[in-house]
Design a protein around this ligand. Structure first.
Ligand code: URA
Length: 232
């Protein structure tokens, strides 16, 4: 259990200093009773502020339909970000809400956002081999050898020491293909096609494990239960 002032600060309500004022003003209750000790250890579920239960005390897990033009970065200088559209309070949480892996600025599609460090760790770990499905449009006809080269598990990306894990390619049209990866290296899809002298001109992530974007328009998100990826 955490200190009450820390609990409020971590969930983005206020600073620890402000928490003391909130407690003194009687805005905060624990188990229904007014509480004025900022150091009291509490279960977040027992706390209310102005009569309301705390916002997502067990963590946030969001399935976001990333539109083009947003970066997966907290650095304001990098431009509009995937976090900009989230409620202010969520953006003040600690641990901060971050993306599970990254999509490039111009890549669209499924991105998970969470403040649960274990979830990030588990889903980005190469050991877990979560399948991620991408649809790519190329500047040229899909190279005839692409499916075989990607499936072989021997494709080397420039500057890397280990070959890419086998990846499944399905040709969808003359310049369009679906690629399933089980790892998440930097710019991986673009770099894999670049090895075959093809440039990816549009890239969209359709799914992540069993999750899809069904019913979600670009820039919308849907909440998932924080235990969705619990160990076990
Ligand atoms: N591979 C890429 O090249 N870019 C992405 O955004 C995701 C995978």
């Amino acid at each position: 259990m955490r200190r009450l002032d820390q609990t409020l600060a971590n969930l983005g309500y206020c600073s620890r200093r402000e928490a003391r004022d909130w407690l003194r003003a009687g805005r905060v209750r624990v188990g229904g009773e007014p509480e004025d000790d900022p150091g009291r250890r509490v279960a977040a579920h027992a706390v209310t502020v102005d009569g309301e239960a705390l916002d997502h005390p067990d963590g946030l897990l969001l399935l976001f339909h990333k539109p083009a033009g947003l970066v997966c970065s907290h650095e304001a200088r990098e431009g509009p970000s995937v976090y900009d559209g989230l409620p202010e309070r969520w953006r003040r949480r600690n641990p901060p809400v971050t993306s599970v892996g990254r999509l490039d600025k111009e890549t669209t599609g499924l991105l998970l956002l969470t403040d649960l460090p274990d979830v990030v760790h588990r889903l980005t770990s190469p050991r877990h081999k979560v399948p991620k499905v991408y649809r790519a449009v190329l500047d040229r006809v899909v190279p005839g050898e692409a499916a075989e080269r990607f499936a072989a598990g021997t494709l080397m990306l420039p500057g890397e020491e280990h070959p890419c894990a086998p990846a499944a390619l399905e040709v969808l049209g003359p310049r369009e293909a679906r690629l399933t990866l089980t790892e998440g290296r930097y710019h991986q899809v673009r770099r894999m096609f670049a090895v075959l002298d093809a440039t990816v001109v549009a890239l969209h992530r359709e799914s992540f494990g069993a999750l899809t974007l069904e019913g979600l328009a670009p820039a919308q998100w849907r909440e998932l239960p924080p235990g969705t990826f619990a160990a076990g």
